[in-house]
Design a protein around this ligand. Structure first.
Ligand SMILES: *Cc1c(COP(=O)(O)O)cnc(C)c1O
Length: 409
């Protein structure tokens, strides 16, 4: 039998840091670091179409490209285990500080932030209530969420994942009449501000008067960068944003930020805990860290330089296609959401036999493939530049010019 002394001697000969010998992948064929492995281009292997994105941050087009800072942090994170809750605590605290919120968490996208935030509002930190969602009847939980009819454009569906009922109103009078002891939350969709009758401050003031929490969905609403803290400063109790749109973080990540008690409650409805409606809203450590680094990278970048560069690209494309008879181009900046200089190319349908969708299809089918935004029956297309890689504006200008000329010759 081995003596205690010999055992200690044997153990002391073992290294303390397994990492010195690489990760557990360091054997067999993969006995190299990820950097040393030749990168596989799976998209190419599978013969999938890639394209120049002159459309914008669309989920269907995989939204945005993550910058090297984010990918580097994701690579490094992938080499370590960490407790998921510890990571959410630390990253959440840092995000909260950056965005003037009491607390924050990384969610599985903005939609997930809407679901988890709403769940937290309904359940608080009561584990029994958390297990009861989405069946609210007879639980004592409030069950109604009020929103403006003009804000109900699809994303509000996320709120119903919790079992809550949506109450749609239009006027101030209707809002006053809708509020009752069953009102759990008042939800606001930032990008529909121009069309809603009740604006941010009034929405918050009315909710406050009745002690009702408010949530603002600002999914795609940077730039301006100040929007990251503006609505927290304004007094919304919860604010939700997409990670993979303008922030250029992981596409399946997002941020929920706001009041400490509500974020704590939202987290109890999310992984690593199960037995709740949020168990599928998992975010891995790579995405949690990628989200933070994307946010920091976005905040710290030279926003003015970016804006000037976008303006230059739009002007370049407009300049290259100018003079093609029958076509006009103008620069516009969407009032809210995806607020970037964008080019609109339009024509007179009676003079040019072309629809927006046809031009869009020609650009898509060309080489290289280019995605723009176009509609059947319309006499214009939209060309975004904030999603272009460096130099791609030249390709877009050339291909667009060729197609416009072909349409009139
Ligand atoms: C894109 C979007 C969402 C969903 O965001 P994901 O990050 O894709 O989950 C929610 N609300 C609005 C207004 C959006 O534009």
């Amino acid at each position: 039998m081995i003596t205690r002394r010999n055992l200690l001697k044997r153990l002391s000969a073992l290294p303390l840091m397994g990492g010195l010998f690489g990760t557990h992948w360091a054997f067999g064929k993969s006995a190299m670091s990820a950097e040393a492995l030749p990168a596989r281009n799976v998209i190419q292997e599978m013969g999938l179409r890639t394209f120049i994105n002159a459309a914008g941050n669309y989920t269907s087009m995989t939204a945005s490209l993550m910058p090297p800072e984010v990918m580097g942090a994701i690579q490094e994170a992938s080499r370590h285990y960490v407790m998921l809750d510890d990571l959410q605590d630390a990253v959440g605290a840092r995000i909260a500080e950056l965005c003037h919120a009491e607390a924050a968490m990384v969610t599985a996208g903005c939609w997930s932030a809407l679901v988890l935030g709403t769940a937290g509002v309904l359940t608080g930190t009561d584990t029994k209530k958390i297990a009861q969602l989405p069946f609210l009847a007879g639980t004592g939980m409030k069950s109604e969420i009020i929103l403006q009819k003009s804000h109900a454009n699809g994303y509000h569906h996320a709120l119903t994942n919790t079992g809550a009922k949506l109450i749609l109103i239009e006027t101030r009078e209707e809002l006053d009449a809708a509020i009752n002891e069953n009102t759990a939350m008042m939800w606001y969709l930032n990008r529909e501000t121009p069309v809603g009758q009740i604006k941010h401050e009034e929405w918050i003031a009315i909710a406050r008067k009745h002690g009702i929490p408010t949530m603002n969905d600002i999914a795609a609403d940077v730039p301006p960068v100040e929007n990251l803290w503006k609505y927290n400063d304004m007094g919304f109790d919860l604010v939700a944003i997409s990670g993979g749109k303008a922030l250029c973080g992981p596409q399946s990540a997002g941020i929920l930020m706001g009041k400490k008690d509500l974020i704590a409650a939202a987290r109890l409805n999310a992984p690593p805990r199960g037995g709740n409606i949020g168990r599928g809203n998992k975010v891995n450590k790579e995405e949690i860290i990628g989200m933070l680094v994307a946010l920091e990278t976005f905040i710290n970048r030279d926003h003015e330089a970016y804006w000037k560069e976008w303006e230059r690209k739009v002007a370049f494309i407009a300049g290259e296609i100018s003079g093609v008879p029958g076509f006009r181009s103008e620069t516009f900046v969407p009032e809210i959401a995806n607020e970037n200089p964008t080019l609109k190319v339009s024509w007179d349908k009676s003079k040019v036999a072309l629809t927006g969708a046809q031009l869009g299809e020609k650009l898509r089918k060309g080489s290289p493939s280019i995605e723009t935004i176009s509609w059947e029956g319309e006499d214009y297309i939209r060309v975004a530049v904030f999603t272009l890689n460096q130099g791609e504006e030249k390709v877009v200008a050339k291909r667009l010019g060729e197609e416009l000329l072909a349409a009139v010759s």
